[in-house]
Design a binder for this molecule. Structure first.
Ligand code: AMP
Ligand code: DBH
Length: 551
């Protein structure tokens, strides 16, 4: 077993196998068979239409190149590619050779990427050459200087400098390793197949191991709840590497069902609306933020969306009003909320439930062996109907973050339930209602930002004596980050200055505080800790008063 990985204990594993949840097949081999069985179109990416069979052949071709370069089972490769066809080639090629893709987001910058590479001891990194005026190759070179394990740079687009591999060149040139080498690799389906990243509540994002067995179940199970069919097509406009568009059900789910994946490189309605019309898209996967933007975009009425059957949202709570408006403006569709986490558990609303239940609840898990408990602060189950912290154990939920014994001691019960930090209540219909959360993070349009991570960085700023970051309500993003700062005496730091300080440290832009409040002291909780609840209430009132004043 990979050192630092916590497997599911053997007695549970035996049960999950016996019940058929775990197939005991490596993901690469499983998807090899999925790709081989059809000549229908699997992916539409720009002008390209790639069939299942072609996809499988190209993945194997790239996988052989990866073997040529000395990559193999359990090697980690940080993947930070945009929503292009090469993402799909590389992701499945890594799975094919049992290497572990570490799913970074395009928005991450040096601070995050360097950490992922160093922490997972990645030997490879894949990125676009440039994005706007940002040069990822230059960043990778800087990281290589301080993290020597990073050996292979796989670059998309541009003209990669010497020492980097061009993904497009690799697709064109013949690999040396014979095709037969692929099926001869020894890949254990109980090992991690993919490393997901948790937005997390600790200083740095945590690494989530997903095994071959559990990640296949994750997509097969959620695709079945999502009514995906062979003639369907899924639009992917969120960053594909995220657990939701990747596997819940996402592209993996759509491939298992034999339908088409339509890639969009932007989550702006004007960019993806023409694709929905042209490709007769049936399934959309959005965050509530992207959906709200779409519903209020005047371009909405200009396109024929009558093919759309299911509009999924996840990452943040979907308000019942937004579900109702979605079904009014796109009358062919049903809004289906997904409540999920990169750590495992994913629930999808039942499409045949009446609207009042679909709008209010997140339903209940589709897998009978997802064990759910709602716990009070002392770890006891709350009485039915009361709010408690969601704890979950099951065949596709992790038993430990990678190489994080201290975090794991806090994040799991002694009997292996993952403590999610989400506060839920059971609904009389049997489903659950999300009531809030305990964890110290800001949920900005579905992207989780660890308050502690930003606070630790800001404490290094010379004008900052103390800082507490809290969520500030926002009608579109759900939440944005507000930094409450106690300045050093005489200092009056400005928001712009704080933001440029964090940017220079290499922090991703979406994590920058969007409001700064200077204060003399923090409200304290009864045990003398900063009361973030009071600070969050305070900024909520300020924002509400400002909105009322504007009318
Ligand atoms: P992560 O652990 O970074 O993958 O983020 C997962 C978290 O996102 C969950 O634990 C929830 O806090 C939040 N989340 C995801 N989907 C929903 C949803 N539909 N409603 C409310 N919160 C959600
Ligand atoms: O927010 C998430 O992490 C998420 C949302 C919807 C997720 O992991 C998922 C569905 O599987």
């Amino acid at each position: 077993m990979l050192e630092g990985f916590t497997p599911i204990p053997p007695d549970f594993a035996a049960r999950y196998r016996a019940k058929g949840y775990w197939l005991d097949r490596p993901m690469g081999e499983y998807f090899r068979d999925v790709f081989r069985r059809s000549d229908r179109v699997a992916v539409v990416a720009g002008a390209e239409r790639v069939t299942y069979r072609q996809l499988g052949e190209r993945i194997d071709h790239l996988a052989r190149h990866l073997l040529d370069h000395g990559l193999g089972p359990l090697d980690r490769v940080v993947v930070q590619l945009p929503n292009r066809i090469e993402f799909i080639y590389l992701y499945f090629a890594l799975l094919r050779i049992g290497a572990i893709p570490v799913m970074a987001l395009p928005a991450h910058r040096k601070y995050e990427i360097e950490h992922f590479i160093a922490f997972t001891e990645a030997v490879g990194y894949a990125a676009a050459h440039r994005e706007g005026d940002f040069d990822f190759v230059e960043m990778a070179r800087e990281i290589q200087a301080s993290v020597p394990c990073l050996r292979e740079l796989l670059i998309l687009g541009g003209d990669p400098p010497a020492g980097c591999h061009s993904l497009r060149e690799l697709m064109k040139t013949s690999p040396r390793t014979p095709a037969s080498a692929l099926d001869a690799l020894a890949i254990d389906p109980n090992e991690p197949a993919v490393f997901q990243l948790s937005g997390g509540t600790t200083g740095v994002p945590k690494v989530i191991p997903r095994t071959h067995n559990d990640y296949i179940l994750n997509c097969v199970g959620s695709a079945a709840q999502n009514d995906m069919r062979e003639d369907d097509s899924l639009l992917v406009c969120l960053p594909i590497g995220h657990n939701f568009p990747l596997a819940s059900p996402g592209i993996q789910g759509m491939f298992v069902r034999g339908g088409r994946v339509v890639l969009a490189d932007s989550a702006r309605p004007r960019d993806f609306l023409p694709l929905i019309e042209k490709e007769r898209v049936t399934h959309l996967e959005f965050t509530p933020t992207v959906l709200i933007r779409l519903l209020h975009d005047e371009a909405l009425g200009k396109y024929d969306l009558s093919s759309v059957r299911v509009v999924n949202t996840g990452g943040q709570r979907l308000q019942p009003e937004t579900s109702a408006l979605t079904e009014k403006l796109i009358p062919s569709c049903k809004a289906q909320e997904i409540f999920g986490m990169a750590e495992g558990l994913v629930t999808l609303n039942r499409l045949d439930d009446p609207p009042e239940i679909r709008y209010e609840t997140i339903s209940e898990p589709w897998c009978p062996d997802d064990e759910i408990r709602l716990l009070d602060d002392a770890g006891r189950e709350v009485p039915p109907g009361e709010v408690g912290e969601l704890a979950v154990r099951g065949p596709y939920t992790l038993r430990g973050y990678f190489r994080a014994p201290e975090v794991n001691a806090r994040s799991f019960t002694h009997d292996g339930f993952y403590l999610t930090g989400d506060l839920l209540r059971r609904h009389p219909s049997g489903g659950f209602v999300v009531e809030g959360r305990k964890k110290d993070l800001i949920n900005r349009g579905g992207e989780k930002i660890s308050a502690e991570e930003i606070e630790n960085m800001l404490l290094g700023h010379p004008a900052v004596r103390d800082v507490a970051c809290v969520p500030m309500p926002d009608p579109v993003m759900g939440e944005r980050t507000c930094a409450y700062v106690i300045p050093e005496s005489g200092a009056r730091p400005a928001l712009k200055e704080i933001a440029s300080y964090l940017t220079k440290l290499g922090l991703a832009k979406f994590k920058l505080p969007e409001r700064l409040e200077l204060v003399d002291e923090f409200p304290l909780s009864s045990f003398g800790k900063v009361s973030k609840k009071d600070l969050a209430d305070r900024i909520k009132q300020v924002v509400a008063a400002e909105a009322a004043a504007k009318g």
